[in-house]
Design a protein around this ligand. Structure first.
Ligand SMILES: CC(C)(COP(=O)(O)OP(=O)(O)OC[C@H]1O[C@@H](n2cnc3c(N)ncnc32)[C@H](O)[C@@H]1OP(=O)(O)O)[C@@H](O)C(=O)NCCC(=O)NCCS
Length: 292
């Protein structure tokens, strides 16, 4: 699908221009997401911008009133998120134009996005369709139950683990995300699960938002995912967030028993037919709702 020049000014009831996001736009971007009650700090915006392409909308007098980011995972896949329009300027086609900018740039890639109640209308109108639901769990874990089956060996993930961890993630997510996993693992902790000498799961944890974020978590079954999550919760037992598939009932029950609370559910959408995930390995936690 092709659209008119991205730098053109679209006239509706408000004039606005869509252009690439620059590092100096990030402080305003933080204010826009914080005005929505989203937890992103400046460091989280920097992390998301590190590997992503950002677009912003600004009014004729230069006020920045909207953002969107997207991430390319190779030539066939991508993810989009951090779409927000200043509430005083909504209903003017700004959200739509920002999404069109990233659809245009993503070209033939299949693009995944998690939608809010207001986002689903505009994403749906542009061809995104629902493929599942994600649950947002968070809180301070108060009763971490250590799950450690005897047939599993848990190890600390390090840089040497990256190729095999990336291969497992690709089977679960449907696209290669080497740079993303490397950027999380470089400065943070991760756990690998092995069975009979084979990698059967992994999970990463990093500081983000109000505390720690667990994700991605990939495993060949839910009990392995629970084992990995239980180990990650013990690494830093402060405020923790994890976004899991809504049909991971066993993991959800485990999180509830550990003291986390289900605070929200949102649809996961996809534009395009690619990124089919494997049957033998599943994703049990997103890196973030934006990154997939
Ligand atoms: C979602 C959001 C970005 C839309 O921005 P916007 O600039 O108001 O959207 P647009 O003006 O381009 O509207 C696009 C379409 O969605 C519809 N729409 C927008 N907001 C809507 C709402 N709250 N309820 C129902 N429909 C809505 C518009 O009617 C329009 O439909 P049309 O193209 O058929 O006329 C904005 O509401 C927002 O920032 N919400 C808070 C953050 C958020 O939820 N982000 C979305 C993450 S997926």
């Amino acid at each position: 699908m092709r659209y008119p020049s991205l730098e053109s000014t679209v006239k509706q009831s408000t004039e606005f221009t869509v252009r690439r996001m620059q590092p100096e736009d990030r402080d305003t971007a933080v204010r826009l997401t914080q005005a929505e009650g989203w937890p992103h700090r400046r460091e989280d915006w920097d992390f998301h911008c590190l590997l992503g392409q950002g677009w912003i909308a600004s009014t004729a007098d230069g006020a920045m009133v909207g953002t969107i980011l997207w991430w390319s995972y190779g030539s066939a896949a991508g993810a989009a998120g951090l779409l927000v329009v200043d509430r005083r300027y909504r209903g003017n086609g700004i959200g739509r134009r920002l999404i069109e900018a990233i659809i245009d740039e993503a070209g033939p890639r299949t693009v995944q996005s998690v939608a809010t109640r207001s986002g689903i209308r505009v994403l749906g109108a542009l061809g995104f369709r629902k493929i599942g639901m994600v649950q947002q769990w968070q809180g301070v874990p108060s009763a971490i139950i250590i799950e450690e089956p005897t047939d599993l060996i848990l190890r600390t993930a390090d840089q040497t683990s990256l190729p095999s961890l990336c291969e497992l993630d690709e089977r679960a997510f449907g696209a290669k995300r080497f740079e993303l996993l490397a950027s999380i693992l470089t400065q943070n902790d991760g756990v690998l699960a092995e069975k009979d000498g084979q990698l059967v799961g992994f999970g990463l944890i990093r500081p983000a938002g109000r505390g720690m974020v667990i994700g991605p978590v990939v495993a060949s079954d839910e009990s392995i995912a629970k084992t990995i999550v239980s180990r990650l919760l013990t690494i830093d037992a402060s405020f923790t967030r994890i976004d899991i598939p809504a049909n991971a009932n066993g993991l959800a029950e485990y999180l509830q028993q550990s003291g986390l609370i289900l605070v929200d559910q949102a649809p996961v959408l996809k534009l395009g037919e690619g990124m089919s995930s494997g049957q033998s390995v599943r994703s049990f936690a997103m890196a973030s709702q934006s990154l997939g």
